[in-house]
Ligand binder design. Structure first.
Ligand code: SF4
Ligand code: SF4
Length: 347
């Protein structure tokens, strides 16, 4: 991978600034660079010692949503193998990793998903699985909901709206109905009710705008899903659409990329920076390569903007204090209340 890297010197150290991805990947090309705005607030973005691995098990998915930053879909063939999983398990045990965030694609469609989860649990690692709900109805996944409940795996499920029209427009026809019956099924098993069976829902905007305040939106979800379908859940996570790949292409096609980038930049919130997810986790692709976050993975920007490396080529002590590679898409994480895979970052 050829990276064009801008370098600055801060406190006597070389620090990679905004890193340009290969042209095949789409990010905004207008407005200030992220590092310029950080500098103007005297902020630096560096890794803390990570206690979490975010692991992308592959790009295979039963859906192909419009906003998907992974460009996942039913025809993707990139998928993590068991030998790669074994190397990750050995590294995680040695490094004392406490949490694993499993994502994809649909992580459950990886044929080694369940074996991998059981091995992580054996190491005492707490798992979050990013489940698109509809996968519960895929052939061969009939026992998946019960399997999850038996292991008390935390589920984070995307439901970008509580109305059928909006969900189907973003995720495909029939997805809303399947999602509703899937959530009812999970509720029957105790998810969203039992404190040990956490069921979080994810909202993301259906277009080029910022999410509304998470707290009031959560109440709207509770009211609408409760009254109409008897559904309960643990928390709602409001996530901003990050302008990379499929979503960035759509913005460019519709002539909205400059306006959206301006929206993100003009809503920069310095108080989100300390909690950005890239500070506390590292991200792995299906081959075990290391990235600062899932968005940088999709843009093929390696960890800290350096050489391409695999997890097993680095030690956990090498990560703390290292600069994080940024580009203009990072404004999506710092706009307004901020955004991460755990929802907002500031009040
Ligand atoms: S369900 Fe998730 S991974 Fe699959 S296409 Fe939709 S956004 Fe992408
Ligand atoms: S996209 Fe967000 S999480 Fe990723 S490096 Fe930029 S600020 Fe950090």
């Amino acid at each position: 991978m050829n990276q064009i890297q801008e370098i600055s010197i801060q406190n006597g150290q070389f620090v990679p600034n905004d890193v340009a991805p290969q042209t095949a990947n789409a990010v905004p090309e207008c407005g200030p660079h992220f590092h310029e705005v950080l500098n103007s607030h005297a902020l630096e973005l560096k890794h803390a010692r990570p206690n979490e691995l975010q692991i992308n098990l592959g790009k295979l998915c039963n859906l192909a949503c419009h906003h998907c930053h992974v460009d996942a879909g039913p025809k993707r063939t990139e998928i993590m193998t068991w030998p790669v999983m074994q190397k990750i398990l050995a590294w995680a045990e040695h490094a004392g990793i406490e949490k694993a965030d499993l994502t994809g694609g649909a992580p459950e469609l990886n044929p080694h998903f369940r074996e991998f989860c059981d091995a992580l649990i054996k190491l005492g690692i707490e798992i979050t699985s990013r489940c698109n709900i509809t996968v519960l109805y895929e052939p061969g996944q009939e026992d998946l909901a019960q399997w999850y409940a038996d292991r008390k795996i935390r589920l984070v499920c995307s439901l970008p709206c509580y109305t059928e029209d909006n969900v189907d427009a973003q995720r495909g026809k029939g997805v809303f109905d399947k999602s509703i019956s899937g959530l009812q099924w999970l509720n029957e098993l105790g998810y969203g009710k039992d404190s040990e069976l956490s069921l979080d829902l994810v909202y993301n905007p259906g277009g080029a705008f910022l999410p509304p305040p998470q707290e009031s939106l959560e109440q709207d979800y509770r009211d609408m899903l409760g009254e109409n379908f008897g559904i309960v859940f643990s928390s709602l996570l409001a996530i901003t659409n990050i302008p990379v790949n499929r979503f960035a292409h759509a913005l460019k096609r519709d002539g909205e990329i400059e306006g959206y980038q301006h929206l993100l930049v003009s809503n920069f919130n310095a108080s989100t920076v300390d909690n950005l997810m890239c500070r506390h986790l590292i991200n792995l692709d299906w081959e075990g390569r290391v990235f600062d976050c899932d968005f940088n993975q999709m843009l093929e920007i390696p960890l800290s903007g350096g050489e391409e490396r695999y997890l097993w080529d680095i030690g956990i002590d090498d990560i703390e204090g290292q600069a994080i590679a940024t580009n203009r898409h990072c404004f999506g994480c710092t706009a307004g209340a901020g955004s991460s895979c755990g929802g907002v970052l500031a009040d």
